[in-house]
Structures are given as C-alpha cells and as structure tokens.
Design a protein around this ligand. Structure first.
Ligand code: GTP
Ligand code: MG
Ligand code: ZN
Length: 298
C-alpha cells in the first residue's frame, strides 16, 4: 500500500528530528538523506510534504516548499509578521535596533508591528515620545501592558493566521506578551537584572507555537536579529516609508539625503514628514554602510 502523504509546517527541529504540525496533529519526521546531499537544511517555519509511517505518528520529510523569506539567527523561515517589542520604561528603548529591525522587515517582505510594552510603568508623555518617532512611518503601533492586560485584546487580532516572530532587546517582555496573548501559554519570564537594568536572555530555543487563530508564534531570545545591516548605502533610503513617499522630490535621483546641497529632505521634510531623531539614526546607518563598503574593498 502506498504511504499516506501529508502537508504541514515545521514547528521545531532537534537532533535531526522535526516536529511537523499537520491538521492540528504533531508528527515527528526525519529528513531524507537526499536533503543532506543537496545541502538543504529543513528549518522551523518550513512548509513541508511528508510521508506518514504505519505507526501514524512518525514520517519522512519529502519536500520543502519554496521559502517566502528566512532568518539566520534565529533560524526560521516564512515569517509573515515581526512583532518588534520595546519597553516604555526599562530597559531604555534601543531605537537604533528598532530601525535596523524595520529595515530587515522591509528587505524580507515581513510586516513589522511595533509594540510598546510596559505602558503601565510609563507616563503618557514618555509613551508619546517614542510613538512620535514612528508615527510618520505608517507602520502599525501598539501600546500595551503584558502586566495589566491593556491593549492585549487588540494586539491578539494581529496574530490571525500569520507566522509571527518576536524580536527586541532582552527583558522588554516578549515572553510575557506571548503568555498574555495566548491562553495556556507559560513561557519562562526573566527578571530585569538590578545592576545593569538589562535582561539575561531567559529564552533560548527557537520553537514555533501554533495558535488557535491558525497561525503560529516564535518566541525569540533577546538578541538582535542582525549585527549590521549589510547593504549598499544607496539602497537604505528605499527601506524608509517616509523617504519613499518623497523619492522623486529630490534634485538628484541618487541623493542620500545627507550632505547634498538643496536636498528636499533636509530643507523641507525634516521635522514635518520625517522625525528628526529617526533621521539622525538613518544618517548613522548610511554612514556605517559607507564605512563597511570601504573596508570590504580595501
Ligand atoms: N511592569 C511591567 N513589567 C513587565 C511587563 N511585561 C514584562 N514585564 C517584566 O519584565 C521582565 C522581563 O520579561 P520577559 O517576558 O522575560 O522579557 P523577554 O523580552 O522575553 O526577555 P528575554 O527572553 O531575555 O529576551 C519580567 O520581570 C516581567 O515580569 C509589563 O507590561 N509591565
Ligand atoms: Mg523571553
Ligand atoms: Zn535628498
């Protein structure tokens, strides 16, 4: 008798065993030897075809669907949305990291959702100061509190059937948010270290967790997804919605909007269409990219 063929999604992979979710059931699969020969490494988030063994519980991965996108650290594929979490109070929000993550989303066709957590610990003015830097982006912004439950129901709507990855500094409350968003979830939550007011990376493993709305979520450790943004200085502006909107208004199509004389961004848009603090970080990222390029070809 022919083996039954099923479709599913890889939730986790440990020591060559892949847990695959298919129609609400988990199956443990091994990869075919062929994958290794072709240097294909099945990854969390991969949509797969597998054959079911007679025991009805185990199987073999046969094919991987083409990936929509993939991240290296953590290794995960087919992400639809990135929940970028920052804290309204402590740890102090690293907005350069947020900007880098936004660029990463733009490059990989991931929808970013910016979440300001711990709103119970900050004043309206403090929260608005952060919001102001991103209002002109048109990215989705949420102010929530995992502790008090404020805004959690609205945010839950974003989970829908998407594969959602969480990112952000340690101790901003990524695991706490997942616990608040998903009934029954009990991820380990870490304490803010008193000395440094930084977290200690309580979360260590990459595992997709299915949610009732049909999607899945990935809790990620508090490291940054990328160290630098490895791209050409000239293309960075394309990853800023504020600049994209005015792309044709500058005199030179190649304008970096930094030192060029008569640049419309600097003379007219700054402070109105593009937040000045975010602009400063844009300049820094472009200059970093110029430096990196120099070193590459030295
Ligand atoms: N007051 C307050 N504290 C919160 C909130 N959310 C999380 N915390 C606290 O912040 C600390 C860190 O929370 P975690 O959920 O472990 O943070 P994390 O982002 O998952 O950290 P890593 O796993 O290390 O990356 C814990 O002490 C939480 O109780 C919130 O909305 N309000
Ligand atoms: Mg965590
Ligand atoms: Zn310009």
């Amino acid at each position: 008798m022919d083996k039954e063929i099923k479709n599913g999604i890889i939730l986790k992979g440990v020591g060559g065993f892949y847990t695959v979710l298919s129609e609400g059931m988990d199956y443990v699969c091994k990869a075919r030897g062929l994958f290794r020969k072709q240097h294909i490494i099945p990854t969390v988030g991969d949509r797969v075809e597998f054959s079911l063994n007679a025991d009805g519980k185990t199987g073999y991965l046969l094919n991987l669907c083409e990936r929509r996108n993939e991240l290296v650290r953590p290794a995960v594929a087919n992400i639809d949305k990135l929940f970028i979490v920052i804290a309204a109070s402590k740890p102090v929000a690293d907005l350069l990291l947020v900007d880098k993550l936004l660029i990463c989303c733009e490059r990989l066709s991931i929808e970013p959702v910016i979440i300001i957590n711990k709103c119970d610990m900050a004043s309206v003015d403090e929260i608005n100061a952060i919001l102001d830097e991103y209002r002109l982006t048109d990215y989705k912004l949420y102010c929530v509190s995992a502790a008090s439950g404020t805004g959690i129901a609205e945010l839950r709507g974003e989970l829908d059937s998407s594969i959602v990855c969480f990112a952000g500094q340690s101790a901003v409350g990524k695991s706490s948010l997942l616990n608040a968003l998903i009934p029954g979830m009990q991820l380990e939550v870490g304490a803010l270290s008193r000395k440094t007011e930084r977290g200690r990376h309580t979360t260590r493993h990459a595992e997709l967790i299915p949610v009732v709305s049909g999607g899945a979520v990935l809790d990620t450790p508090g490291f940054s997804l990328l160290d630098g943004i490895d791209c050409e200085p000239e293309v960075i502006k394309n990853f800023y919605p504020e600049l994209r909107r005015h792309a044709f208004e500058c005199r030179f199509s190649g304008c970096l909007h930094i030192t060029e004389p008569g640049c419309v961004v600097k003379t007219e848009l700054l402070g109105k269409e593009f937040n000045e603090e975010r602009y400063k970080r844009y300049v820094r990222l472009v200059n970093d990219a110029i430096e990196n390029k120099k070193h590459k070809y030295e």
